[in-house]
Design a protein around this ligand. Structure first.
Ligand code: CA
Length: 224
């Protein structure tokens, strides 16, 4: 899971980055609205945007308006000053999914982020089932045939991306986009290694990650 944080308060941004990375997400930070807009307008594959509204260079509401104007359904959590009820309402009207008023606890933020990204993963349910595999999105625990599978942070991230798009082709570039932060160098070869390891751990019975040569991977659909 990859998250973009648009926040001009560096101390708060650092706290958010630490918290989200500790929970296993890849997180990137921009300090103003126009950089946020530019990052969102390119093909970066973010799974969630945490958007401060009081941003320099472009107001958060404008960033949000442009994002929705491009047809993006990316979950957005807005951060507002405690007293700005009006901005909060405008944000929700413009298509924000949730908000937090400053100051807030990072614990609560983590819980909201989990809920929003679950929605992004195609359902409010905390558990995804895929044949004999179950994946608990809150605890980030994968089980096959009722037995827990030990997965590294990268393997978990990979499994999440594939489960979210079960039955669909996911290119190596898309995987890199979802798993890596800016400035992180992850080659296509490294992706092949992660897929290989994940396969060894989860491919049981009908669970299969197919290689589509030259294109990418597909977690094959399991007929009900
Ligand atoms: Ca601000």
């Amino acid at each position: 899971m990859r998250i973009l944080i648009a926040e001009d308060d560096q101390v708060l941004a650092d706290g958010l980055l630490r918290t989200l990375r500790a929970s296993g997400a890849a997180a990137d930070h921009v300090p103003d609205g126009s950089q946020a807009d530019a990052a969102l307008a390119t093909k970066n594959e973010f799974d969630l945007l945490i958007l401060d509204l009081g941003l320099p260079r472009m107001h958060g509401l404008e960033v949000l308006r442009r994002l929705r104007g491009r047809g993006s359904a990316m979950p957005v959590l807005i951060l507002t000053a405690a007293d700005s009820v009006e901005e909060r309402v405008k944000g929700l009207d413009l298509g924000a999914d949730d908000y937090m008023a400053k100051p807030f606890s990072l614990h609560e933020l983590e819980a909201r982020v989990r809920a929003l990204t679950r929605r992004g993963l195609g359902g409010a349910s905390a558990t995804i089932k895929h044949g004999p595999l179950t994946y608990d999105q809150s605890g980030r625990v994968a089980m096959v045939d009722g037995k827990m599978v030990e997965l590294s942070a990268r393997e978990l991230g990979l499994l999440e991306v594939l489960l979210q798009r079960a039955g669909r082709l996911v290119s190596k570039d898309q995987l890199v986009e979802h798993l890596c932060e800016w400035g992180e160098e992850v080659s296509n070869n490294a992706i092949e290694v992660y897929v290989h390891r994940l396969r060894k751990k989860i491919e049981k019975g009908p669970i299969r990650i197919a290689t589509v040569r030259g294109l990418g991977y597909c977690l094959e659909k399991i007929p009900a």
